[in-house]
Design a protein around this ligand. Structure first.
Ligand SMILES: NC(=O)c1ccc[n+]([C@@H]2O[C@H](COP(=O)([O-])OP(=O)(O)OC[C@H]3O[C@@H](n4cnc5c(N)ncnc54)[C@H](OP(=O)(O)O)[C@@H]3O)[C@@H](O)[C@H]2O)c1
Length: 282
């Protein structure tokens, strides 16, 4: 009998691969990422272990044509029951120091790909009144520190977008479920790609295995939870920070940003000889 299908972006490592491993026993899969060899490895692992049918879509989701191709594919499959918009990356440095192209790519991946794939999936799921979408955001959607401007703002967009879809589905009395998954530090290839050593980013108690993040997400899906923040420390912290008056919140974020700036070895790249405008005394 044909099984239901789950589509996962960024399935070649970390949280995306953990979603795939968790769901491969009960679902067929569409795995999406740039590294085909990694996806092929997972597909053979799942086929041997569970007889899973896995479709591999090699795609760079910062490219319009690739986003459109993937959207068309998932929009057309009547067995689609879950889309996980998970592909993502971070950048390192202050906004003006990080090349604009990297930040534009991040906006395309976190925002345009999520927007277009969610649109395609909902047009497929809503008429059937069945299915779910998980958008992998971050605790950075609630806590912003220097060095994460584009990352935090695109992840904040993801949570706001998911909340908006939640309200529209509710107003349409739809059974389709959406979730904004907001992990904190998670063991994956994310920080390796970023070129940051995990040890410099705080206590090991703050780090969670990708499998635990996925377990929390799927448990939350069963309870139709809109926001899932895995780990009690992060739940406590995000709840606390969101309730602070903005002046206090900014102070706290600036203080944690000072430490982070040192860890990320941020430098303001202004030549010593550059003429600076006079200080703003308004
Ligand atoms: N790790 C953390 O501490 C943490 C915390 C909060 C939120 N998150 C979020 O969790 C999500 C998954 O990250 P992770 O921690 O699992 O990191 P990861 O191991 O680096 O995985 C990132 C995934 O995204 C894919 N990807 C990156 N750029 C892509 C592109 N242009 N097109 C298609 N796929 C692309 C990568 O695949 P290819 O390289 O093969 O394309 C990879 O499968 C991200 O959205 C991240 O922001 C992570």
């Amino acid at each position: 009998m044909a099984r239901n299908i789950v589509a996962i972006t960024g399935a070649s490592s970390g949280i995306g691969a953990a979603f795939a491993r968790k769901l491969a026993a009960t679902h067929d899969l569409i795995l999406i990422a740039r590294r085909r060899d990694r996806l092929q490895g997972l597909a053979s692992e799942f086929s041997d272990a569970h007889g899973t049918n896995t479709e591999i879509l090699e795609a760079d989701l910062t490219l319009e044509a690739d986003i459109a191709r993937v959207a068309e594919h998932i929009g057309a499959d009547p067995r689609l029951v879950l889309l996980v918009n998970n592909a993502g990356f971070g950048t390192r440095g202050r906004f003006w120091d990080v090349p604009l192209e990297a930040q534009q790519q991040m906006h395309r991946l976190h925002i345009m790909a999520t927007l277009q794939l969610t649109h395609a999936a909902l047009r497929n799921m809503v008429p059937r009144d069945y299915g779910a979408i998980i958008n992998v955001a971050s605790v950075s959607a609630f806590v912003r520190v220097p060095g994460t401007v584009s990352y935090a703002s695109t992840k904040t967009w993801m949570t706001t977008f998911t909340e908006g879809i939640y309200l529209e589905l509710k107003s349409a009395h739809s059974n389709v479920v959406v979730q904004a998954l907001c992990p904190g530090y998670t063991y994956s290839e994310f920080h390796e790609t970023l070129g940051v050593q995990r040890e410099t980013l705080g206590s090991p108690a703050l780090w969670m295995p990708a499998e635990e993040v996925v377990d929390a997400s799927l448990a939350g899906l069963g309870r139709r939870k809109l926001f899932v923040v895995p780990g009690w420390r992060y739940r406590l912290f995000t709840a606390f920070v969101s309730k602070l008056p903005s002046a206090l919140r900014l102070q706290l974020q600036a203080a944690s940003g000072k430490a982070r700036s040192r860890q990320l070895e941020l430098t303001v790249q202004v030549p010593a000889t550059a003429k600076l405008p006079p200080p703003d005394r308004t």
